[in-house]
Design a protein around this ligand. Structure first.
Ligand code: NDP
Length: 253
């Protein structure tokens, strides 16, 4: 028997406060809705504040929209400070904001590399750095939205995969630093999810390849990943779900 047995889904995360980065679309939006549906109070951060306003209307519970650029450490610090000022505590950070600009290494526009590293890797590190003192207070959790690209790189995904491999290294080091102090580190590795992620690819060949992959399978929906995150966050305190890999059934690699 664990403490989640016979608990209404609405109450699984009652009393918890969660900050979700990249909540304006895709996985982040559905995670915020699912957490709110499970009773958490949720701070939602992203650059497109108009999208966040729409999410506030759709969420069943108390949701705080925050304009956030994860590439700017001061903006990240502000978002954490405002979350704690508004809700009084912070129990979990869902580090989800991310960007994928696939392309070959030869002849690449290195500004795209910079953007991916700044957003996916440094941005998620800034968020952990800002949130950690509060998570230590609440014996909370960090959810890192990584990728199957953190397990094996493929042609054209070198820099994106490097950021996700980097998240794995950082997360394991973080886990060893804080787990005995009650903070749980959860790495989620989704396969192909139907979102706006591929819309930022500027290389037409890579863009077409991404469209072909999407058309070749029943992709995951953002809700599938949101459910995995609610599951991990609603385990009893002594259970640390450190890694969840979720692929579409049709995805071979
Ligand atoms: P989306 O493009 O739909 O969502 C990306 C989110 O990140 C948006 O809300 C965007 O908000 C936010 N974001 C991007 N840059 C910044 C920034 N500088 N500051 C703050 N927020 C930012 O894609 P997904 O939902 O698919 O991506 C979410 C995460 O899931 C990413 O980390 C991605 O790598 C990961 N993932 C996705 C997979 C997929 O197949 N879709 C597979 C595996 C992992 P805004 O533009 O408003 O700032």
């Amino acid at each position: 028997m664990n403490s989640t047995d016979s608990v209404e889904p609405r109450h699984l995360l009652e009393g918890k406060v969660v900050l979700v980065t990249g909540a304006s679309s895709g996985i982040g939006r559905e995670v915020a809705l699912a957490l709110s549906g499970a009773g958490a109070r949720v701070a939602i951060g992203a650059r497109r504040i108009d999208r966040l306003a729409a999410l506030v209307d759709d969420a069943p519970g108390d949701v705080l929209p925050l304009q956030l650029d994860v590439t700017d450490s001061a903006s990240v610090q502000r978002a954490v400070t405002e979350t704690v000022a508004h809700f009084g505590r912070l129990d979990a950070l869902v580090n989800n904001a991310g960007l994928m600009q696939s392309g070959l290494i030869l002849g690449a526009d290195v500004r795209e590399w910079q953007r991916m590293i700044d957003t996916n890797l440094l941005g998620s590190m800034y968020a952990v750095h800002a949130a950690l003192p509060h998570l230590l207070d609440t014996r909370g959790a960090v959810v890192q939205v990584s990728s199957t690209a953190a397990r094996s790189a493929s042609l054209g995904s070198g820099v994106y995969a490097a950021t996700k491999f980097g998240i794995s290294a950082f997360s394991e080091s973080l886990r060893q630093e804080v787990t005995r102090r009650g903070v749980r580190v959860i790495v989620i590795q989704p396969g192909f999810v139907d979102t706006e992620l591929t819309s930022h690819i500027t290389d037409p060949t890579m863009q077409a390849a991404a469209a072909d992959i999407a058309a070749s399978m029943r992709t995951l929906r953002p809700e599938d990943i949101a459910e995995a995150i609610v599951y991990a966050l609603s385990q009893p305190d002594h259970v640390s779900v450190n890694e969840i890999l979720v692929r579409p059934t049709d995805q071979v690699q």
